[in-house]
Design a protein around this ligand. Sequence first.
Ligand code: MCN
Length: 776
Amino acid sequence: MSILGTRVLRTEDPGFLTAGAVYTDDIRLAGACHVFFVRSPLAHARIRSVDVGAALEAPGVIAAFTGADLADLPLLAPPMPGMINDRMGQPLLARDVVRFVGEPVAVVVTEDRYQGEDAAELVDADYDPLPPVIEFADAADGDEQGLLFPEAGTNVAASFGDTAWLKADLFAGCDVVVTRTIVNQRVAPAPMETRAAAAVWGQDGRLTAWIPNQGAQDTREVLATMLGMDQASVRVITPDVGGAFGAKFGADPEHAVVCWVAGRLGRPARWAETRNENLVGMTHGRAQRQTVTIGGSRDGTAAAYRLEIAQDAGAYPRFGAFLPALTIMMAPGPYAFGRAEAVAKACVTNTTPVGAYRGAGRPEATAAVERAIDLFAAEIGMDPADVRRKNLLPKFTEPHTTAFGAVYDSGDYAAALEKALAAAGYAELRAEQARRRAAGDVVQLGVGMSCYVEITGPAMDEGGPQENATVEVHPDGSATILTGTSPHGQGHATAWAMLASEELGIDVDKITVKWGDTDLIPEGGGTGGSRSLQQGGAAVQQASQELIEVARQRAADVLEASPGDLVFDAGRSAFAVAGDPAAEVPLAKLAEPERLFVRAVFHAPGPTFPFGTHVAVAEVDTETGKAVLRRMVTVDDAGTVINPLLAEGQRHGGIAQGAAQALLEEVVYDADGNPLTATFADYAVLSPTEVPSFELADMATPTTYNPLGAKGIGEAGTIGATPAVQNAIIDALAHLGVRHIDMPATPQRVWNALRSASGAEPAGTARTGRRVAQPR
Ligand code: MCN
C-alpha cells in the first residue's frame, strides 16, 4: 500500500518535544563575544557624529564600531537589478544618513550579552533631523516632501507600467462602474525566533556563519556579496529555525556585521536580537494602497477590472519593492474579466524596509479583486456568490494563459466555490442573517467569501524552476537525503522521507533528511513561494527512482541475471529475479563495497497555480463595533496531497495569519516615523482565542507539472482567508449601508464605519489594533 497521501506523523516532533531544538542562539562557540546594535532613534536624519568613546569604557566592552569602520564594504544592493533602483542600497551600518527608526548605526561588542545593551546607551550619536517621508503619497511626490536618496533623484524604487498607459475606454459600455481605494496594511512577520547569527573565521580565512534562514545557499550568496567575499570562502549553516514567513530569505546587514566583527576581532561572535528590535528591524510585509475599479452589467457580468498599486517599499528597497510584480501577475485572480489592467509604483519611505511575508504579493492581489467583486455585487444588489458564479473562469485541464502572462496549469474554480458554500451551509447562513436583520439584532451576522488562485514555485532565476536532491542508501538499511530546500516548520523531514520510502521500501524512521549546510549541499533554492514539494519533493522522488536503476545494475551482477529480468519489490526493499522469487538481494546489500547514491535535479515546466475558496462567518456587535470570527470554511486545492496532516497544518497556520491581518494586525507609525507597534503589547499578534476551529474541505486537482501531481499549500491560508474575513465583517453591516472597512477591522474602525453609514461623524481615527479605546 502506498504511504503517499497518508497521515504520517511528523518525524521532527519527538526531537522538538523532548531533546529540544537547536536554534542559532543555542550555538555555543568557545570564546565568543556578543554583538549589540545601536539603532537610530530618528526616522530621517543626517549623522553628525557617532562617539563610542564612553561605551568603550563600560564594563565588558571589547570594541565598538561605526559605519566609518565598514566604509570599504559594499552596500546591501536592492534585489532584481535593472528593475529596482540600484542607487538605493543600504550600508551595513548607517554612514551619513539614517533612514528609519531602528536602522543600525553602530555596534558594541562585549564579553557577556547583557553588557551590550547597557554599553549601547553610552554611544553618543548626534543627528541633524531631516523631514521624514512616511506616507506613500508624500514619497511619490518626492521633490516637495524630500528625497531619501538625493543622488537617485527620485523616491520611486520601481515602476510596473505607467498610469499613462491606462485605457480611457476600459469601462466603456459598462452599466455600473465602482471604484475604491483600499489599504492592504503593513504587517510584521513576527516569527517566534527572532533574527540571530553566530560566526567564526578559520585559520584558512574561511568564514562559517550560523544564521536562521530559508535557504543557506542564497544566504551565502547575499552574505558573501555584503562582505565583498568569494562565495567559496563562506560556509552557511542553518540550525533549527523558529518560523520565518518569508522574512528570513537571504541575509540582512546585521548578519554581515556580526561576521565582520568576528573577522576583525579574530574571535567568534554571536548576536540575537530582542523582540523590540525584531519588530522594527526585520522586514515588514504587504504595505500596499490599492485603487480598484470594476465595471459590468446589472446581470452580474464583470466586464472590466483595473488595479492601481502604491507599494510602500520602506527605507531601502528589498523584495517589497518587487512585490507589485507578483500582485499584477495575479491581478485578475480566477475571474474571466473581458478586460483588465494593472499598474504599480513602489516608493521608498522612512520606515522599516518591506520584504516578503507569507504569500508575498499574491494575498494583495486576491484582497483587491475580492473586495472589488463584493463592491460590485453590493452596487448591483446581487448575492456575492452569484456574482462569483457568473464570472469565474470555467474549468480547464489544459494550461490557460491570462492577459498578465500567467499560465495557470489546471483549475476548477467553480467547483471549489460550490464545495465551500455547501460545506458552510450557505443558504442556512443567509437565512439566519435575514432573520437577525429583520429582528434588528444588536449582533449581526456576516458571510464573506473569497475565491483565489495563486502562483507557487515561481522561478526567480533563469533556467526555470528546479531543485536538487541526493539520496543515498546505506549498508545497514538506512538512507540519507540531502535537499536544496530548507524547512522551518513545514515538515520536509517527514514528507521527503515518505517520498523516498515509497520508492526504496525503507521505513520512514530509517531515513534522515539533511539541509542547510552549504559545504554539504552547495546548491539549492531554499524554501519560499511554496515551492518545496513540487520541486524539492519531486527531486527526491526522481533521485530515488534513479537510484533503483543504478542498484538494478549491481543486483544483476550479484544475481547473475539480466537487469531486465529483475523486479524491485518495494515491500521487501529487495530485487528478485522475475519468476524466481528465491533469488533475491536486498537493496541495502548493494550499498557496499561501493556507496550507493544518486543526485538528481528536477526541472519543472513552470510554476503551479493552486486555488480554492474560503468562506468566513463573522458576528459584529453593532453597538460596540466588535467583530468576532465565528467560522472559517476552506477549500484549498493544492493538487495531490502527499501528507494531509502536513498540508492541513500549513492551512491552519496560514488561515490564522490571514485572519489576523483582517482582524488585528497592523504596523503603525506616527507622523514623525516613530513606530508605535514595537512591542507585542502594541502589535496585536493573533492568539488562538481569536479564531474558531477551522473547517477544511478536501479537493485535489492534480497538476501535470510534476510527477507527484502536487502544487504548493504553504501560503494558501494567507491568500484566501484575509479577504474572506474582511468581506464577512463588511457583509454583516451591508444592510446598514456599510460598503467598505479597511483592515484591520478594529472595533473603532467598525464603529466609525457604522456611524459614517448612518450619516454621523466618525470619532477619531483608528490606527492601531488593541490600543484604541473601546467606544462606549
Ligand atoms: N504538502 C503536501 N501536499 C501538497 C503540498 C504540500 O503534503 N500538495 C506538504 C509538503 O510536503 C510540506 C508542506 O506541505 O511538508 C508545505 O509544502 P509547500 O506547499 O511545498 O511549501 P514549502 O514547504 O515551500 O513552504 C513555504 C511556505 C511559505 S512560502 C511560507 S512564507 C511559510 C510556509 O510555507 N512559512 C512558514 N509555512 C510555514 N510554516 C511554518 N511553520 N513556519 C513558517 O515560517
